[in-house]
Design a protein around this ligand. Structure first.
Ligand code: ADE
Ligand code: ZN
Length: 333
């Protein structure tokens, strides 16, 4: 279902939601961390959301064991490096990997600046070794509140050349976007782009807020735009990209089935839809599987999926020169 003449791009992929279960097991054993399972079979239910979760917050808890084993910079480096290897294994040409430095340092109390440095080092080593490209997005984890996000933003801005954008993720219902207007005002003073998780757990008003008050250039998920036709029209007219993640939306119970997912309506409305993986490790998915699902379960055609691949290139936080290079790298294949 993937068109090999077009780049395969993943714009919404959490590095800290893609820690291999085998790595969790090995790091846990190495550092004497008591895990809820001593082998892969017994660990899997605790680190994966297969079987679906009753809410976004319950889903997010599945990421915690991956972060609990990040006891030092070496562990962070390893996980970042393996994330790049996973991109190559999935045939991804370009990805924007996002991570929350404060969340990754939450259990070890490693400072967010040190988390960023270790992550960047692991990513750079991976990019030297594996055949793919990646850029980084810094996340503000809204679940930990306004002040924690300010600390996290300070760390991201102290390393801003390592990033192409800032994102707001976590508990959208418990911590609505209006709490974070001061943070994004600060981001506006930089060259960093903005993408915001919105319209996933909360309604269309959260997407309007992300666009109008936080300055979002792309929307993470945006599923609940389906309830607001004016918003769909606004997104289509301006070609504001939605970062859609099918399996994630099912596992967080944002949609009750893939047949109910509004992505078909979005595509029909001419919106700029991209397909992404979100937390592939926790979801036990790959981007290739997401394309397959979009075809088999949602009914998108090969032509529509090719357009989605083109949209991914168009929506990437790349310079025009980088975008052109990415496109040409596949044409010459
Ligand atoms: N962090 C990781 N996955 C997320 C999601 N689907 N929504 C909000 N925050 C997240
Ligand atoms: Zn996400």
């Amino acid at each position: 279902m993937i068109n090999n003449k077009l780049p395969l791009v993943d714009l919404h992929r959490h590095l800290d939601g893609n820690i291999r279960p085998q790595t969790i097991l090995e790091l846990g054993q190495k550092h004497g961390i008591a895990l809820p399972g001593n082998d892969l079979d017994s660990l899997m239910p605790h680190v994966s959301a297969v079987g679906n979760q009753p809410s976004l917050v319950a889903f997010l808890e599945k990421l915690d064991w991956g972060v609990k084993v990040l006891v030092d910079e070496e562990a962070i480096y390893r996980v970042a490096y393996e994330n790049i290897q996973d991109l190559q294994q999935d045939g991804i040409d370009y990805a924007e990997l996002r991570f929350s430095p404060s969340y990754m340092g939450r259990f070890s109390h490693i400072a967010p600046e040190a988390v960023i440095d270790a992550t960047v080092a692991g990513v750079q080593a991976g990019l030297k070794r594996f055949d793919c490209q990646a850029k980084l997005i810094g996340i503000l984890s809204r679940s930990f509140g306004v002040e924690a996000c300010q600390r996290e933003l300070d760390a991201i801005l102290s390393r801003q050349h390592a990033f192409v954008a800032v994102d707001l993720a976590g508990d959208e219902l418990g911590f609505p976007g209006n709490l974070f207007e001061p943070h994004f005002k600060q981001v506006h003073k930089t060259d960093l782009n903005i993408t915001v998780h919105a319209g996933e757990a909360a309604g269309a008003e959260s997407i309007w807020h992300a666009l109008e008050r936080l300055g979002a250039q792309r929307i993470g998920h945006g599923v609940n735009a389906a309830a607001d036709h004016k918003l769909m029209e606004y997104l289509a007219t301006r070609q504001i990209p939605l970062e859609s993640c099918l399996t994630s939306n099912l596992q967080t119970t944002t949609v009750s089935s893939l047949a109910q997912h509004p992505i078909n309506d979005f595509v029909e409305a001419g919106m700029c839809i991209t397909l992404n993986s979100d937390d592939p490790g926790v979801e036990c998915t790959t981007l290739s599987k997401e394309y397959q699902l979009a075809h088999d379960e949602v009914g998108l055609t090969a032509a529509q999926l090719a357009q989605i691949q083109r949209n991914g290139v168009q929506a990437a936080f790349l310079s025009d020169g980088e975008r052109q290079q990415l496109l040409e790298s596949k044409l010459n294949n």
